[in-house]
Design a protein around this ligand. Structure first.
Ligand code: BTN
Length: 259
């Protein structure tokens, strides 16, 4: 094993967290870390258990889309048992943790495209998926899934090369996946634990949004909206000002920036 290899011990050693990443389940190759994490959560795995894959063969994204996770990318799912009131904040925790992790390890300055894509130079470097099981007013489990393009040559992936980037492509050199994963785990814990003490996660997430003040088109379910992304509500919804002056609250959707 070389220095920087992705082993559970290398990830967990001196991580300094209370629970996130204290148990790591690593697979060199896997269909999707979300499925393993869900099974683990249903069996009562410890909060903070992380499922990590060297590559995924059936990675999935939001809205039933496929997510490409070849070797060189990070595919990570984390099991949490939050109170219901914090569920909508998990996408903010995850996207901010990714922004901080990238900033700390590489010095690059990413932005967030509402609700939770992380961009560098307007291209997507990371996608985040939160899946949960809610029964009544109780969260059975929540899983944060993070797919981050670290050392990828986008010219090998023509299907996404016009809209996606990677850390190595932006920097012109490879980046340690181990350093990024450790930083992500520590940041997720720090931000998650800060949720009960106020709205600082929301406020910082809002400031990092590249979307606010821009003219956008949003596809949400079967409806397409045009307007100006005016603000975000505390639950993460986007407030869209349409040309007739009305303000529409959009809970989830895909944003395209209009010229
Ligand atoms: C998106 O932008 O649509 C979200 C992409 C989420 C991808 C990650 S990779 C780790 C985890 N496992 C999956 O199958 N998906 C998420």
């Amino acid at each position: 094993m070389g220095k920087g290899d992705l082993t559970p011990t290398a990830i967990t050693n001196n991580l300094g967290t209370r629970f996130i990443g204290q148990r790591v389940i690593y697979y060199p190759r896997l269909k999707s870390t979300m499925d393993v994490a869900r099974r683990q959560a249903q069996q009562g795995a410890a909060e903070g258990t992380a499922v990590i894959a060297g590559e995924q063969t059936a990675g999935r994204g939001r809205r039933q889309r496929a997510w490409l996770s070849p070797k060189g990318s990070i595919a990570l799912s984390i099991i949490l048992y939050p109170e219901l009131g914090y569920l909508s904040s998990l996408i903010m925790v995850a996207s901010l943790a990714v922004v901080h992790g990238i900033e700390q390890v590489t010095g690059l300055k990413p932005q967030i495209k509402w609700p939770n894509d992380v961009l560098i130079n307007n291209k997507k470097v990371c996608g985040i998926l939160v899946e949960s099981e809610v029964k009544g007013n109780r969260v059975g489990y929540a899983i944060i899934g993070i797919g981050l393009n670290v050392n990828l040559n986008l010219s090998d992936l023509p299907e996404i090369s016009s809209i996606a980037t990677s850390l190595s492509q932006e920097l012109g050199r490879n980046v340690s996946q181990l350093d990024i994963i450790r930083c992500l785990l520590a940041e997720i814990e720090r931000l998650y634990l800060s949720l009960p003490s106020g709205d600082s996660v929301f406020q910082e997430w809002r400031k990092k949004l590249a979307t606010l003040g821009k003219r956008v088109q949003i596809s949400s379910d079967k409806t397409v909206y045009d307007g100006v992304a005016e603000s975000v509500a505390g639950d993460g919804s986007l407030m869209l000002r349409q040309s007739d002056g009305s303000l529409t609250k959009i809970v989830a959707g895909d944003v395209t920036l209009l010229k």
